[in-house]
Design a protein. Structure first.
Length: 197
């Protein structure tokens, strides 16, 4: 997927870009920066980890609840998404706003096997720590202290791996991007992009 992103930039005649990725998207963004550093002007990794299994793993309390969830059908997909985010979202997670997003997502596509493929891709991806140590792009790491899906140690390990990175952690952020924190996040991403040479 990182190579696909690099190929898309090339196809669009974009030499380099400011890359922001959240969760698995953060892992892809990190891989893009490692494999195609010339394409990444700045990197922001949000609620992600390095791929090192010692850091940023799922909270054990989540495992039984998530294992009990049945595979969604088209009729239950929205409610299943809401049930998941009730477990992993932070205190500002907005059920009504999430429902609207989930309904739009379902209208666009229904791929129930996608979650299993995403999980398999994450589990199969290698530890990126050594590659992250070689990065020279300005890097910002954002993570929630209330994130049970990718625990905060994932963000801390990412920031430690990247030289001169900046770490921004929010006590009121779970595995979601809380609306009250949008202005701070946007400002931090902008300031990180401005560090690019």
């Amino acid at each position: 997927m990182a190579d696909d992103a690099a190929g898309l930039l090339e196809a669009l005649n974009v030499d380099s870009a400011h890359i922001v990725g959240a969760s698995m998207g953060g892992m892809i963004a990190q891989s893009l920066a490692i494999g195609h550093p010339e394409r990444v002007r700045s990197l922001t990794s949000i609620m992600s980890n390095t791929g090192d299994r010692k850091h940023g793993g799922i909270a054990p309390r989540l495992l039984p609840a998530m294992a009990r969830m049945p595979e969604p059908t088209r009729e239950t997909a929205v409610e299943r998404s809401i049930a998941t985010f009730k477990l992993i979202g932070g205190p500002h997670w907005d059920e009504a706003a999430h429902r609207a997003r989930a309904e739009r997502s379902l209208a666009r596509a229904f791929r129930p096997k996608g979650t299993n493929r995403q999980t398999a891709a994450i589990m199969a991806s290698p530890d990126r720590t050594e590659g992250l140590r070689r990065l020279s792009s300005p890097t910002l790491v954002i993570h929630g202290l209330a994130d049970p899906l990718v625990r905060p140690t994932g963000g801390i390990a990412t920031a430690k791996a990247v030289r001169d990175s900046r770490l921004l952690m929010f006590p009121d952020m779970g595995h979601d991007i809380p609306a009250p924190r949008h202005p701070e996040m946007i400002d931090a991403i902008r300031r990180n992009a401005e560090r690019a040479r």
